[in-house]
Design a protein around this ligand. Structure first.
Ligand code: ADP
Length: 415
């Protein structure tokens, strides 16, 4: 029996095949764009052996279907398609309706489509992936796993903004939080590595990739997170600004210096590391240019680290102490110097990084000094594994805590 995982993002389609024991058999990556007619699927097996398969198709939806077929062919099993027991799809935005993973049916798809308004770059490709899996694997159930679901447990004091309350009740303006699959995985993984139940732990999880977010997690549930109504809020990111004074935006709009379309472009695509450095959104490039003496690359690095550190401090206070600080995703896993910069100053919280462990770290690893009162964990981001586990939980107990898919969309236009 296999579990097919699809993570259809705005520019890449990631696939994986897991067995019933949540062991990875094969993973694949294809790049896609709305106007691209063909592409390649880069596959790698459990031993890390890689190969590339050409995909010929008429558009992203067909590329997704072809990628699934190519992946199944690669398993070598004659009836690979019939061995797939479930397809699992990462969906970025589940609004207020989806608080858990949910079996996909027409009503679920309608709701995910409705939520495209709030996640225009992310929910549409997820739908393409879902429909491609339905075409290639007719009759195989699909499970949607939402990036927002982990944050459904946020208390009102954390998900409300200090805005007129009616903006929430009438327009649905609230914090949703994103990267929840990664923060949920880190919570489980940290508990396993620390051999303590998640219920006993106060964690700050930092997902630092192209998109960046941090969460405060107490007893396995989030109590605060940096991303908000959209994935634009919070930490500084590759091309996204993170939190800025909303007065700046009003000023630019009122003075006619930017219109809403150009403002959107600037905040989402021309800000963050790229905006400050003027060089690149790629952290490796920023680090190497900073080392070579590029002043604005150095400034971008410092600003990035300052914001992560300030958030860790704030969240530690929210939690009343910290049992572990967690770094994950591309930057969090690979940049020892960023981790060191962030931890400079966190000694006041009792957190002490061990320089040698940090430099030599191969995730998953604890890089805290023995004298540190809280652990500092570097975890390999495994959203796909979390999704495979969700599938196993669903297959084991299909009727258990799935929120019914049948809730009618809210009539007041809220999500
Ligand atoms: P995404 O959010 O798209 O999944 P990733 O988690 O892969 O992205 O993170 C991408 C970021 O990680 C990029 O800024 C990249 O430069 C950075 N990164 C990847 N490898 C390294 C490395 N060895 N050192 C520093 N940064 C790295």
């Amino acid at each position: 029996m296999s579990i097919l995982i699809l993570n259809a993002g705005s520019s890449t389609l990631k696939l994986a095949l897991y067995d019933r024991d949540c062991r990875l058999a094969l993973s694949g990556l294809a790049e896609w764009e709305a106007d691209r007619a063909a592409g390649a699927l880069r596959l790698s097996d459990a031993l890390g052996r890689a190969r590339s398969v050409a995909l010929e198709s008429a558009g992203p939806g067909e590329i997704a279907a072809e990628a699934i077929r190519a992946m199944l062919r690669e398993t070598g099993a004659e009836s690979a398609a019939s061995s797939v027991r479930i397809s699992v799809h990462r969906v970025v935005h589940g609004g207020e309706m989806f608080r858990n993973s949910v079996r996909i049916d027409d009503r679920v798809k309608t709701e995910i489509r409705r939520l495209c308004e709030l996640a225009p770059l992310h929910n549409p490709p997820a739908l393409l992936g879902i429909e491609a899996a339905e075409r290639v694997l007719p009759g195989v159930p699909g499970l949607a796993v939402f990036d927002t679901a982990f944050f459904a447990a946020l208390p009102p004091r954390a998900f409300l903004y200090p805005l007129p309350y009616s903006w929430y009740t009438e327009w649905g303006i609230r914090r949703f939080g994103f990267h929840g699959i990664s923060h949920a995985y880190c919570t489980e993984r940290a508990a396993a590595l620390l051999t303590r139940p998640a219920e006993d732990l106060r964690l700050v999880t930092c997902h630092l990739g192209n998109g960046c977010s941090a969460s405060a997690v107490r007893s396995g549930s989030p109590v605060a997170t940096t991303m908000g109504f959209t994935p634009l809020e919070g930490l500084m990111m590759g091309t996204r600004c993170g939190s800025v004074d909303p007065g700046i935006l009003l000023h630019l709009l009122e003075r006619g210096l930017l219109d809403p379309v150009r403002l959107d472009l600037a905040l989402n695509h021309h800000s963050g590391l790229l905006g400050v450095s003027g060089l690149s959104s790629d952290f490796r490039e920023i680090e190497s240019q900073a080392l070579a003496g590029h002043e604005r690359a150095r400034l971008a690095l410092e600003m990035f680290a300052d914001r992560v550190r300030a958030t860790v401090g704030a969240f530690a206070a929210t939690l009343g102490g910290l049992d572990a600080l967690i770094f994950t995703a591309g930057i969090g896993e690979h940049s020892a110097s960023l981790r060191a910069r962030v931890c400079e100053g966190l000694e006041c919280l009792g957190l002490r990084l061990d320089r040698d462990r940090n430099r030599a770290c191969q995730p998953d690893a604890d890089v805290a000094a023995d004298s540190s009162s809280g652990r500092i964990l570097v975890l390999h981001a495994r959203e796909d594994l979390h999704m495979a586990r969700e599938a196993v939980r669903y297959l084991t107990r299909p009727d258990a805590p799935q929120r019914p898919a049948g809730d009618a969309p809210r009539s007041d236009g809220r999500y």
